[in-house]
Design a protein around this ligand. Structure first.
Ligand SMILES: [Zn+2]
Length: 286
């Protein structure tokens, strides 16, 4: 059999915003890249050895208790249950049984027939409303990475990994991940508005509408406004085509709502750059 080798990526500390990946394919990795990637300081034998700073310990401790920051590993059932074959009280032979699987969550019961010792082990913490942490983290990872949920879950099931159902994902999406995105966006938007007010001067805006489907049968249009001086999205408005005469009017309605929002924030617009949408052009001529 041909040995195809195995490449793994080193775990790094998690960030709220992922960093851009280097433009490099797997085959281009060299040994020196891996050494430099680890972030180790270079050391020459003549230098005095310095002891590790104890200030890093609290951060390490925190990363072990935070389910989001802690590393996860795939474990096969046989290897997992082999950890429950010896009674820790009398060293007799025992068996572990998997109980209550719930998405990615499992609980193992170890019972000793000789001395009656029992213990329970679970593979993850439970969080809000007794919900297994990794179930929510998996839903978040699928949603925030932009992957298709049903395809991703099908792939994981094909691999043989015990994981959440699409129904659980969509429930998490509705009650947790979408509200989190909305909250994060509003916080970001408040920061941008504060930054622009401190900068002063009139806004220089570029705006355009994006429909959820091509042609004249779109159901939703999302209108985005970018502030050109700071090159950041300042506002996004979602318009449903049933709110306006036809889907081609979504753009004008989105623009009006964005302008109203900016007026409510006491912001002055110096310039607005749009494409040649007929309704928006008519508004510009008035
Ligand atoms: Zn025992």
């Amino acid at each position: 059999m041909v040995d195809v080798g195995t490449q793994t990526e080193r775990f790094e500390h998690r960030r709220s915003t992922p960093l851009a990946s280097p433009e490099q394919s797997d085959d281009e990795w060299s040994f020196s890249d891996i050494i430099n990637h680890s972030g180790d300081m270079s050391w020459s034998p003549g230098e005095e050895m310095l002891s590790e700073s104890s200030e890093e310990e609290p951060e390490e401790l925190e990363s072990l208790t935070d389910p989001n920051a802690v590393d996860k590993f795939i474990v096969c059932q046989r290897q997992l249950l082999s950890l429950f074959t010896v009674c820790s009280a009398c060293c007799g032979e025992t068996q572990g049984h998997i109980m209550h699987p719930e998405g990615t969550f499992i609980k193992v019961k170890q019972a000793c027939g000789t001395c009656g010792y029992e213990r329970y082990w679970q593979n993850q913490e439970k969080v809000h409303r007794n919900m297994p942490a990794c179930n929510l983290l998996l839903s978040g990872a699928i949603h925030f990475s932009g992957c298709m949920a049903t395809q991703t879950i099908r792939m994981l099931k094909l691999f043989g990994l015990q994981c959440i159902s699409p129904g659980t994902f969509f429930r998490h999406q509705r009650y947790y991940t979408i509200p989190t995105i909305v909250q994060a966006w509003r916080t970001e938007q408040r920061g941008i508005i504060r930054e622009l007010k401190e900068t002063g001067g009139g806004l220089i805006l570029s705006g355009d509408c994006r429909s959820d489907s091509p042609g004249h049968c779109a159901k939703y249009g999302s209108y985005s406004l970018i502030e050109d001086r700071i090159n950041k999205v300042l506002d996004v408005q979602l318009v449903q085509s049933s709110e306006v005469p036809s889907s081609s009017w979504c753009e004008l309605e989105g623009l009006k709502r964005s302008m109203q929002f900016l007026m409510d924030q006491d912001m002055q617009v110096s310039a607005l750059i749009t494409d040649r949408n007929r309704q928006v052009m008519m508004l510009g001529e008035i």
